[in-house]
Write a protein that binds this ligand. Structure first.
Ligand SMILES: Nc1ncnc2c1ncn2[C@@H]1O[C@H](COP(=O)(O)OP(=O)(O)O)[C@@H](O)[C@H]1O
Ligand SMILES: NC(=O)OP(=O)(O)O
Length: 309
């Protein structure tokens, strides 16, 4: 039996509620397969596209006098509810199909960040939809947002992405896991909060969910961190004619490829960094990066990039 955190990528969850529900349904079947095989599974997920869509929609309505403005922490919390709802329902439906009895619960998760984190000075986290260079320049000029090119897929708005320090709801998450519940936690990297004299306070940022998932996996002492995204493997020379697949990676090899700039910032780099932080100094731990549909094959050792401690 393994204790594992399975992190689902925001971009791998599609672009609309319909697409997301379909993709989540497919993944739910594999996740329940893991539960049936007696693995303890905690699920986390990204929210890059979704939190950007929610923020854009709310801002548009606010600009047209239809609603109040909704800052990023509130949009992050909404994305946890929206994605958690689809996951929860799909997992419950899969459990029912197999006559399995298990509680499924989404925990709204706040994650502490450092208010002096230098990430607040330099936005790096891509959110929302993809735009052409011209569209991005126009929105930058109109709204003052920052856009960057995202791994050859187009231009996206970027927001601050501080490092996760601690998970506020970790004790509740541990209690639920120990009780045997199927827990969805740390969605969208967690709602970023700082500790102030008057208590917790949300800050406008989006934490990288791969980093938060590594922290969550470490906190619950998981032995596997599985990051599901849109590609089957991590590659060197990605998207170039000399592209090469990486099936096994040691900490040293991963570090060397990172130093060579092989993994794109804001997409593959944080995934590899998260895996390294989870396995480094823990030879008993393993991290896998593979595609949303590849979970079953990856656990049989037939797919995915495996990173060892
Ligand atoms: N070296 C690489 N190997 C594989 N994919 C890479 C690499 N560099 C960048 N990518 C891109 O990173 C993407 C995964 O990051 P992202 O879309 O941000 O993940 P998420 O699924 O968590 O939203 C892949 O779909 C691919 O387009
Ligand atoms: N919050 C976050 O890291 O989302 P993605 O997985 O969508 O990038």
């Amino acid at each position: 039996m393994s204790k594992m955190v399975v992190a689902l990528g925001g971009n791998a969850l599609g672009k609309s509620p319909e697409e997301q529900l379909q993709l989540v349904k497919n993944t739910a079947a594999s996740l329940i397969g893991l539960v049936r095989d007696d693995h303890q599974v905690v699920i986390s997920h990204g929210n890059g596209p979704q939190v950007g869509q929610i923020n854009l929609g709310m801002n548009y309505a606010a600009e047209h006098g239809k609603t109040a403005a909704f800052p990023f922490p509130e949009c992050g919390a909404m994305s946890q509810g929206y994605i958690g709802y689809h996951l929860q329902q799909s997992l419950q439906n899969e459990l029912a199909k197999r006559n399995m009895d298990k509680n499924v619960v989404t925990t709204i998760t706040q994650i502490e960040v450092d208010q002096d984190d230098t990430a607040f000075q330099k936005p790096t986290k891509p959110v929302g939809d993809f735009y052409s260079k011209e569209q991005a320049a126009q929105i930058e000029a109109e709204k003052g947002y920052t856009f960057v090119e995202d791994a050859g897929r187009g231009y996206r708005q970027v927001v601050a992405s501080p490092l996760p320090k601690s998970i506020i709801e970790i004790n509740s998450i541990k209690t639920l896991v120990e009780h045997g519940d199927l827990v969805i936690a740390g969605g969208g990297g967690g709602v970023p909060v700082i500790k102030t004299e008057t208590g917790l306070k949300g800050v406008p940022a989006v934490i990288d969910k791969d980093r938060s998932s590594a922290l969550l996996a470490d906190n619950i002492d998981a032995d596997k961190l599985i990051i599901l995204t849109a590609v089957d493997y991590v590659y060197v020379n990605y998207n170039k004619p000399e592209q090469k697949v990486l099936k096994q990676l040691s900490v040293e090899e991963a570090q060397k490829y990172m130093d060579d700039g092989q993994f794109a910032a804001g997409s593959m780099l944080p995934k590899v960094q998260a895996c390294l932080s989870f396995v480094k100094g823990h030879p008993e731990r393993e991290a896998i990066i593979t595609s949303l549909n590849g979970l079953d094959d990856a656990l049989k050792g037939n797919l995915g990039t495996v990173i060892h401690g």
